[in-house]
Design a protein around this ligand. Structure first.
Ligand code: C2E
Ligand code: MG
Ligand code: MG
Ligand code: MG
Length: 275
């Protein structure tokens, strides 16, 4: 009896693993041609100044529509990283984001654009050169570009990363730690890498009315002493907005203000929300 159960379990495990491998292969195959097949697009989520709720920036978020179905970046970015597509996709994101921002109406001249950059891209020795060339070519003001990096980067080869980050900062690009508080963070590496912006992870904002508030306070104090700007991500309620304002967090981002917007919606949204 017991043996049969165990066998069943093994078979079930193999079956779900098998399906997972099939899906991964399918997605990686299709991702190779996703750019050429026009399946990728960017959506943009506003970032607001907390006191005035004035929109100051937009985060570009990648979308993949595959045969009519949206595949989440949470699923396909790791596949792109694993199967060698992240560099070309990353460059596409950079160029597309800057270009889209440049096509917005004139009143948006001061908006920043944040892009998410994978550790693999950042470690590529040609990355900085690519960025510099593209910004020059598009005449895109480097200080308007923010590069978001997920904290897990701090776990790997730090000296290459520090060199790359410094080179980007010397161009006046701002570096942001994404999802701060999750993964392999340490205050020491935060200091060593000398970032400009810290984005507090949504999980702490979710808990802001109980255990999360101490953490947000602490991150705020450390950031202020180091001269970092702080963004709260995943802000969904007025209650959270008030609390974050009370703590003094500089910038807010989340569904409370806006979900990520399609390019076609941007000018209209900004027309109503720029001060
Ligand atoms: P992230 O950079 O931390 O982006 C924030 C995610 O939270 C986005 O999910 C956004 O849509 C979502 N979000 C924003 N506000 C709220 C809110 O109030 N409530 C809730 N529930 N969610 C909110 P998305 O677009 O699915 O992206 C997930 C992750 O995929 C991103 O996390 C980022 O790590 C990665 N990603 C997205 N685009 C790119 C890209 O172009 N390149 C790379 N390397 N990674 C990307
Ligand atoms: Mg991000
Ligand atoms: Mg992230
Ligand atoms: Mg994040």
């Amino acid at each position: 009896q017991q043996k049969r159960l165990e066998k069943g379990k093994v078979r079930f495990f193999n079956e779900s693993l098998r399906l997972q491998i099939i899906r991964e292969r399918f997605l990686s195959d299709r991702l190779v041609t996703a750019i050429d097949d026009n399946e990728l697009r960017l959506v943009f989520q506003p970032i607001v100044k907390s006191k005035t709720e004035e929109v100051v920036g937009l985060e570009a978020l990648l979308r993949w529509r595959l045969d009519g179905e949206e595949v989440s970046p949470v699923e396909f970015i790791p596949i792109a990283e694993q199967y060698g597509m992240i560099k070309s996709i990353g460059l596409w994101v950079l160029e597309e984001a800057c270009q889209q921002i440049l096509t917005l109406s004139k009143s948006t001249k001061n908006l920043t654009v944040s892009i998410n950059v994978s550790i693999i891209q950042l470690q590529d020795k040609d990355f900085v050169t690519h960025v510099r060339r593209l910004l020059t070519q598009l005449k895109f003001e480097p200080s308007r570009l923010h590069i978001e990096i997920t904290e897990s980067v701090f776990a790997t080869d730090k000296s290459t990363l520090m060199t790359q980050i410094k080179a980007l900062q010397e161009m006046n690009i701002e570096i942001c730690i994404d999802d701060f508080g999750t993964g392999y963070s340490s205050l020491a590496s935060m200091q060593n890498l000398g970032v400009d912006i810290v984005k507090i992870d949504k999980s702490f904002i979710d808990k802001i009315n109980n255990s999360g508030s101490n953490i947000v306070h602490a991150v705020m104090q450390i950031s202020q002493s180091m001269g970092y700007q702080v963004v709260a991500e995943g802000v969904e309620t007025l209650e959270q907005v008030n609390k974050l304002n009370e703590i003094g967090v500089h910038f807010l981002q989340g569904y409370y203000f806006s979900k990520p917007l399609e390019v076609e919606q941007l000018n209209n949204y900004l027309g109503n929300h720029l001060k």
